[in-house]
Design a binder for this molecule. Sequence first.
Ligand code: ZN
Length: 499
Amino acid sequence: MTSETAYEKLLARSREVSLIGTTSGVLGWDQETYMPPKGVAFRAEQLSYLAGLAHQLGTAPEVGEWIATCEGAPFAADDERNVNVREWRRDYDRATKIPADLVTELARVSSLAREAWIEARKKSDFAVFQPWLEKIIELSRRQADCWGWTGTRYNGLLEAYEPGARADQLTAVFADLRKTLVELLPAAKARTASVDPRKLLGHYPVEKQKQFEQQVAETMGFDFEAGRIDPTTHPFCTGLGPQDCRLTTRYDETNFTFSLFSIMHETGHGLYDQGLRRDVQGTPLGDAVSLGIHESQSRLWENQIGRSRIFWEYWFPRACDIFPGLKEKVSLEEFWTIINRVEPSYIRTESDEVTYNLHIILRFELEQALIEGTLKAADVPGVWNSRFKELFGIEVPDAARGCLQDVHWAMGGFGYFPTYTLGNLNAAQIFRAALAQNAGLENEIAGGNYGRLLSWLHKNIHEHGRRYTPNDLMRHATGEPTNASYLGQYLKAKFTAAE
Ligand code: ZN
C-alpha cells in the first residue's frame, strides 16, 4: 500500500471517529440542558455504546498499519499531511497502550468515586471519599506507567491535557507567578475593598440578561447562525460540528454579571471552535491543541477584555439602557471595582484574578505529591489546610470548602488543574502580543470593535489546530514560550495603578 492510499484510509477513519464523537456531543449537550431526568439511564447506555464504537474504530490494528505505512514513506517535508500522521500516531499510541481491563476499571471506579465524592462533600466528611481517592491514585499511576513517562510519573498524566508540558517547567513558571501574586495580594485587596459589592444587587430579569449577553457575544464575533446559548447548571461550551457550537450558562436574577462573565468565557472557547479550519475538520489539523490554549481563549475575552476599563466604558451605558436602575446603584468606577474585587476566599470557581492562580498552585503541588507517592491520601485535608493558610492567610473551615470542593480527582483528572493557570498565563501573553503587533488595536477595542483582534487570533492561534505543541504555538504567536511575566505585569498594572 502506498502512503497516499494509507493516508486516505486514515482520513476516512478519522472522520468516522469524529462523526461518532460529535454525535455523542449532541447527546451530552442534550443531557446537560433539556433532557428529562428519567432519560439518564438510557442516555448513559447510548453514550457508552458510542464511546466503545469510537475506541474500537480508532484503535483497530489496521489503523496502526496505515500510520506505519505513512511514516515509512513520509510526504514532502512541507506537506501538512505529516502533521496529521504525527498526531494520529500520538492518539493511537496513547489509546492502545492502556489495556482494556484498566480502561474498564477506571471507568467503573471513577463513576463510583464521583458518587462518593458527592456524598462526602455534602457531609463535609473526607473519610467517605478517602478510600476512593486511594483507588483513583493507584489506577492513575498505572495509567501513567502504561503511557510511559520521562522525569516524573506525573508527566505521563499531564501529557493527556497539555502535550509536551513538563512538571519541572511548570513548577518554575508557577513559582515565579506565586511570588508576584503573594506580593501583590495586599495591595490588590486594598485597591478593590472600597466599594461594597452588594451595591450592585438588584432584580435583573433573565430575559434582559439574555438580550444583553447576546449583544456582547455577537459583538465579540460569535456566529449565532453557527451556534447558540442555552441554560444549564454547570456552564460549558461544546462543538457539535464545524458549524454548530453550543454555549451554556446559568442565571442569577440578583446579579447579571455572573452569567455575563460566564458567557464571555464560554464565547471565548466558542470563538476558538468557530475559528478552526473547516477544510480539515475531523482531523488533528482541524482540532484544538490543548486545554491550556483553549482556556487562554476564554480567559482572554473574560478577563483581559471583559474586566478591563475600556470594555466597560463602552458597555456600561448599554447595560444601563437594558437594566433600568443600574446607573442609580453604581457609577462606572464603582462597577469596575466590584467586578474586579480581590479577596481571599475558599472556593476556586468563585475567586478573583489574583487568588485564582494560588488555588491552582496549591492543587498542582498536592496532586504531584499524590502521584509521586510522597503524600498519602489520608494526609490530604491536613496538608491542604496548612498550605491554604500559608498562601491565603485564612483558615479552611471544613473539608467541603477545602479539599473536597472540586470533582477533578474523583474523575481521575490528575494533570488537569495546571491547565487553568496555563490558560491565564497564555491569555495575558497572547493579548499583549496582539496589542504589540497591531497598532491602534486598543482604540478599536475601546470602540467596541473586536474584528481585528479576532482575525489575529484566528490566524495566530485557531487555524493552526494541532500543528504545533502548545509551547511552540506560543513561540510562534508571541515570540516566547509560556512564562509568568505577562500575567504578573498585567495584574500589577491593574491593581496598583494610580487613580
Ligand atoms: Zn474554560
